[in-house]
Design a protein around this ligand. Structure first.
Ligand code: IPE
Ligand code: IPE
Ligand code: MG
Length: 246
């Protein structure tokens, strides 16, 4: 069985770089934080839409380890928003069968946010419809360094490393990312899931995150489904050159 067949059987892993909140707000004469507030509604829409689109794992980039560089006021608002939404959304997530895990470092987060994360993870632990991973104080390169330092002598398999990476992020290992969606117009990964994205398809949209909705997610998934993934192999059945010689 090909790797892509395995992927589609298990459901997709979609990773979203939720970008463009600040510019969305600035363009409307609002403070940047207003964009973050509206962005939280886009998170809700995306989580709701994901299972129907065949998404089994959804990784959302909420706060990078480099985002600590931002003005203290913006960081404070963001961290408070995370705590508030984790508390308010947990019952709905649990009712929908969504299992929430937060990936990234926790030792630099405020106590109330860590408490909200732990409670949300506990309350949604039985969810099977969707694995929702929210990245907070996350850096893929830092996670890779932590994972490498956890490897036992002689542990050289990719699967072992992927397991260590899961441990290093504070969650179980996740399958490789099938599709990365980045909103806000930039075309870069900004240190998100670098190991897991080795063969991910990349989809960039100018839509700002606060405007992102169910149709946008469906369009990204439809675009993904139209692509041919080869994982270094050749697509024998659809390759025109080999078909011509058959
Ligand atoms: C994404 O939107 C949210 C975070 C990175 C926390 P931004 O805040 O980066 O918005 P832009 O890119 O400045 O518009
Ligand atoms: C990436 O967005 C991080 C999140 C979406 C949380 P940034 O806005 O921080 O990325 P850069 O600085 O434009 O690369
Ligand atoms: Mg940005």
């Amino acid at each position: 069985m090909t790797q892509s067949a395995l992927t589609s059987q298990a459901g997709l892993h979609v990773a979203v770089i939720m970008d463009g909140n600040g510019r969305w707000a600035t363009a409307r004469g609002l403070p940047r934080t207003a964009g973050h507030v509206r962005g939280a509604e886009a998170v809700r829409r995306t989580v709701e839409a994901a299972p129907d689109l065949g998404i089994r794992t959804l990784s959302l980039y909420a706060f990078s380890s480099d985002n600590w560089r931002r003005p203290t006021g913006e960081v404070r608002v963001l961290l408070r928003l995370f705590a508030r939404h984790l508390r308010s959304e947990t019952p709905t997530l649990a009712a929908r069968g969504v299992r929430l895990r937060v990936i990234g470092r926790r030792d630099r987060l405020p106590g109330p946010l860590v408490a909200a994360i732990e409670r949300a993870e506990r309350r949604t632990a039985g969810g099977r419809a969707l694995e929702l991973r929210i990245a907070i104080d996350y850096s893929a390169r830092d996670a890779i360094i932590r994972a490498a330092s956890r490897l036992a002598p002689g542990e050289t398999e990719r699967t072992a490393f992927a397991r260590r990476l899961g441990e290093a992020c504070g969650a179980d290992g996740a399958p490789d990312v099938d599709l990365v969606v980045r909103t806000g117009g930039e075309q870069r990964l900004s240190d998100f899931l670098l190991w897991e994205c080795a063969y991910a398809e990349l989809y960039f949209t100018p839509r700002a995150w606060p405007d992102f909705d169910r149709e946008d997610l469906a369009a990204a998934v439809a675009d993904f489904r139209g692509r041919t993934r080869r994982f270094g192999d050749i697509a024998a059945a659809t390759d025109a050159y080999s078909a011509g010689r058959a």
